[in-house]
Write a new protein. Structure first.
Length: 257
C-alpha cells in the first residue's frame, strides 16, 4: 500500500485544491438524462480549465468517457488532434449532436444549454479570479495529473464512480491521467444538501438514505453504501473502494518503474 503519511499529505493537498475551487462539482444542480451516445472528453486532470468542465458534468450528473491527455502523452493526444485539429484541452466530443468543442467557457455553456435547458448558474460562470485560483489549486496538488508516466495499456477502459470536488477521487483521477488509462467517469454528485460531508459523517444524522430513483439510490441498492471513489476494472474483474487501495492496485497492475 502507498506510504500512509505521503498518502495523507496528498489528501490534504487535494482538500486544498477543492477549497481553492470553492468546492464546485460536489452538488448536483440538475440531474440530466444520460444521452444516447456517451460524451467524450479529452482531458488533463491538473488543468484548471479541464476542471471547470468536469465540475459542470458533476453539476449535471452526466457521465463521460475520459481520454487522458497529460503533457508528454502519446496515447490520446494524436487522436484529439485528429478529431479537433489541435492539441488543446479540454476538448469535448458529443456524438449526439456532432459537436466538437474547445474552450471551457463554451463547453460549460453548451452542457447546461443542451442537457439542462438552462443558462449556466452563477456559481459555475467563469469569473476573472477563477483561473488564478484554479492554478493555485493545481499547485496545491503538486501538479499531479499533469505529466505522463510509463504504464501498461488496458484492453478495455476502466470505470470510476466519482464527483469532481471529492479530494479522494481526485487522487485516483490524477493517477489514471498520468498513466493515460481511459475510463468512463460515472458522476455521483451529492443530490441534496443533507448529503454534504464524508461518506461516514454526513450533515444529516442517522442511517443514510439517498433520494429514491436517483443515481445514488441505484448505487446504494447495488453496494449498500454510497462512497467514492469506486473503481471497476473489466480487464481483471477487480472492484475497489478507498483511494489508497485503488492507487496501489493501479500501480501494481499498470504502472511501470
Amino acid at each position: 500500500m502507498p506510504n500512509v503519511i505521503t498518502h495523507n499529505l496528498n489528501v490534504l493537498g487535494s482538500v486544498a485544491t477543492s477549497t481553492m475551487t470553492a468546492w464546485r462539482g460536489c452538488l448536483v444542480v440538475r440531474s440530466a438524462p444520460q444521452p444516447e451516445l456517451p460524451l467524450v472528453l479529452y482531458d488533463m486532470e491538473a488543468c484548471p480549465y479541464c476542471r471547470r468542465v468536469r465540475e459542470a458534468l458533476t453539476a449535471l450528473n452526466l457521465d463521460v468517457d475520459i481520454r487522458p491527455c497529460p503533457k508528454g502523452g502519446t496515447v490520446f493526444r494524436p487522436e484529439a488532434e485528429a478529431a479537433g485539429g489541435k492539441q488543446l484541452f479540454p476538448l469535448l466530443l458529443d456524438p449526439n449532436t456532432d459537436t466538437v468543442m474547445y474552450e471551457s467557457r463554451d463547453i460549460v455553456e453548451y452542457l447546461f444549454r443542451q442537457y439542462a435547458d438552462r443558462p449556466v448558474p452563477g456559481y459555475y460562470r467563469l469569473r476573472p479570479h477563477q483561473p488564478v485560483l484554479g492554478s493555485i489549486g493545481s499547485a496545491a496538488s503538486v501538479l499531479r495529473g499533469l505529466r505522463a508516466r510509463p504504464a501498461r495499456r488496458p484492453e478495455q477502459p476502466l470505470h470510476l464512480w466519482s464527483f469532481e470536488g471529492s479530494p479522494f477521487s481526485r487522487l485516483v483521477r490524477e493517477r489514471l491521467c498520468e498513466y493515460e488509462i481511459p475510463y468512463t467517469l460515472h458522476n455521483l454528485g451529492k443530490e441534496h444538501w443533507t448529503e454534504v460531508g464524508p461518506a461516514r459523517q454526513r450533515i444529516k444524522p442517522g442511517p443514510y438514505r439517498p433520494i429514491p430513483g436517483g443515481k445514488r439510490d441505484a448505487f446504494f441498492q447495488q453496494h449498500q453504501r454510497v462512497q467514492v471513489p469506486y473503481l471497476e476494472d473489466p480487464n481483471t474483474g477487480e472492484a475497489l473502494f478507498e483511494s489508497a487501495a485503488i492507487l496501489d492496485y493501479l500501480d501494481r497492475q499498470y504502472g511501470q518503474s
